[in-house]
Design a protein. Structure first.
Length: 101
């Protein structure tokens, strides 16, 4: 297994362990990883791109708390993106490569 595959595997495993808590606490409807980790092009400076959809729109404070908690869980900086905020051009690419948890 390549280093990239182990890396995305490790990220997905760590987040999956906490998924029930994240769904309940933050009203998460869906959560997925996209970007360099999914493509296998990440390096030690890469952040983890996470796509999120909520049952109810969070407050800014809740959004930042979720982002911080995901960073703690993964051990890396997380760039949290709301599915509803995706622009059409980039949104298509993101939705094609996202790995949902």
């Amino acid at each position: 297994m390549s280093t990239q595959a182990r890396s995305i595997g490790r990220v997905l495993t760590r987040v999956r362990r906490h998924l029930p808590e994240l769904r309940e606490r933050y009203q998460v409807k869906s959560l997925g990883v996209f970007g360099s980790y999914v493509r296998g092009t990440q390096n030690r400076r890469s952040d983890i791109d996470v796509l999120v959809e909520f049952h109810q729109a969070p407050t800014l404070f809740e959004f930042v708390r979720l982002q911080t908690q995901l960073s703690r869980i993964t051990g890396a900086k997380v760039d949290l993106v709301m599915k509803s905020a995706l622009k059409p051009a980039i949104g298509r690419r993101v939705l094609e490569e996202v790995l949902y948890l």
